[in-house]
Unconditional design. Structure first.
Length: 138
């Protein structure tokens, strides 16, 4: 399936039939497939459904945020990651999520240092012991 969107679609369809309870994962995979085809609007819908089904799923939220950036919607990209962290602060605030969120804050420009400090406070309270504070880019 490497490099073949059609083969990936067939694999995802097979997995959807074999594992119907994994609806959020199916929507996330469909989102990736439609994103690979350049259909950002359809991908956005798939990622939003995945996040609705599993609000604390940071992978789905990250994919949603990336898709929103492709759609030139920085404020909603930030909201997507912030919502995932709020829904699952202990498991959702990984180094990668913090770094991505702080990068979005930098792109936004407005009050980025204050938002990063607030995120760092949340990280101190909830993130795992191996969380690297440098992810907050202060």
């Amino acid at each position: 399936i490497y490099g073949s969107v059609e083969a990936a679609e067939a694999t995802v369809a097979h997995c959807e039939r074999a594992f119907p309870a994994a609806a959020a994962a199916a929507h996330m995979h469909r989102g990736c497939l439609t994103l690979a085809k350049g259909n950002f609007k359809a991908a956005l819908s798939e990622f939003q459904t995945a996040v609705t089904l599993e609000p604390g799923n940071v992978t789905a939220a990250t994919n949603l945020a990336v898709c929103l950036l492709y759609c030139k919607d920085l404020p909603r990209a930030i909201q997507a990651l912030e919502a995932a962290v709020r829904a699952n602060p202990a498991g959702g605030l990984t180094h990668a999520v913090a770094f991505n969120l702080c990068t979005l804050y930098d792109l936004e420009g407005a009050d980025a240092p204050a938002k990063k400090r607030a995120l760092q406070i949340v990280a101190r309270a909830y993130a795992p012991e191996d969380f690297d504070p440098a992810a907050c880019k202060l």
